[in-house]
Design a protein around this ligand. Structure first.
Ligand code: SF4
Ligand code: SF4
Length: 189
């Protein structure tokens, strides 16, 4: 049997209990730790293996690790990397060995952050870091240039190009960190 408003007797008797039940859920969550963060003021640290924006790294002596070999570009499944090599000279040395990356660009709209470029690099020059704020407003800003990607030198006097009058780094092989050649440690000179 229903009253004038269409409610049954059971509904009329139990509505306060139902409202209390709903409010209890709200109250329970009121005192729990929030799972949301106030981005962008607060940033959640990414996981250690997160792959974000690329960096081109340097050696401790300021020389660039990239030797312009373009293996990263060849490995990239999205054809996102463009490398143009230049020749090092003793007057203007950017990296150990013969060549350096005169132009290095990554098209961030193509990149799928797979990390294949990182795996292909023989000098550990290109690495995917933890930066994920990659939004831009203008067409063309999706191209990250060498100037944007290259890490700063350890100190201003170790910026590239460096003068290498004795050609200490001209014919030295690029080796994994810590490995010493018969020429000595290529990075310490
Ligand atoms: S992360 Fe993958 S898609 Fe992006 S530049 Fe490197 S190889 Fe190409
Ligand atoms: S980043 Fe590595 S693989 Fe790519 S051009 Fe430079 S040295 Fe070669």
């Amino acid at each position: 049997m229903r009253d004038d408003r269409g409610y049954t007797l059971k509904e009329m008797v139990t509505w306060p209990a139902r409202i209390a039940e709903g409010l209890s859920v709200t109250l329970r969550h009121l005192f729990r730790r929030p799972v949301t963060v106030q981005y962008p003021e607060v940033k959640r640290p990414p996981k250690a293996r997160f792959r974000g924006r690329h960096h081109l790294r340097r050696y401790e002596n300021g020389l660039e690790r990239c030797i312009g070999c373009a293996l990263c570009a060849a490995a990239c499944p999205a054809d996102a990397i463009f490398v143009e090599a230049g020749e090092n000279t003793n007057e203007a040395r950017y990296s150990p060995g013969e060549r350096y990356a005169r132009v290095y660009e990554i098209n961030m709209l193509r990149c799928i952050f797979c990390g294949y470029c990182e795996d292909a690099c023989p000098t550990n020059a290109i690495v995917l870091g933890h930066d994920y704020e990659l939004a831009f407003y203008e067409r063309g800003e999706n191209i990250y240039t060498k100037a944007m990607l290259l890490d700063p030198p350890p100190s201003p006097e170790l910026a590239t190009p460096q003068a290498d009058p004795e050609g200490r780094f001209a014919h030295r092989a690029i080796l994994p960190e810590g490995l010493i050649t018969r020429f000595g440690d290529p990075m310490k000179g």
